[in-house]
Design a protein around this ligand. Sequence first.
Ligand code: GLN
Length: 190
Amino acid sequence: MTTVGVLALQGDVREHLAALDRLGVKGTSVRRREELDACDALVIPGGESTAMWRLARTFELLDPLRDRVRTGMPALGTCAGMVLLADRLLDGAEGQKTIGGLDITVRRNAFGRQTESFETDLEVTGLEDTVHGVFIRAPWVEEIGDGVEVLASVEGHPVAVRQNQLMATSFHPEVNADDRLHRLFLDTCC
Ligand code: GLN
């Protein structure tokens, strides 16, 4: 059975574990290297990417995370998790680094300049009905590489993307008990 880890350094870990549980998937929190090694796939939650990046360094998880993502571990990043999966980052904190893997440029807090938080219904490629997207100081994708598929956009800005076994959303599919995005990740990336 597939074990899906949820990076549990900071952020809405519980909500992702609950979504995995509802889908009948074995979810487990990941704080240590051995816990990461035991996972077949990983969810990087929403929260604060700067805090997660600092804690990942402190817990000596940054390089192991990079290695696993580079060698093909499926990963889903939501909001701060999207920031962490991006190869290139704009408006990061001083010195902020990412795990990378997704050939995208992400602008952190991008919607923040217009409105801090908002909700909107989104068409998502691969899903029949719209998804209610909750955006909280959300990033957007500013540039995508050749292999990246845009799954959803808001006002022309990509907010859900997929590249092979990696997927990321600017919004929080974990907060409203609609598990279709997690299902899409499991079905198409894992
Ligand atoms: N603005 C946060 C960051 O840069 C992300 C916010 C969120 O995950 N809701 O990490």
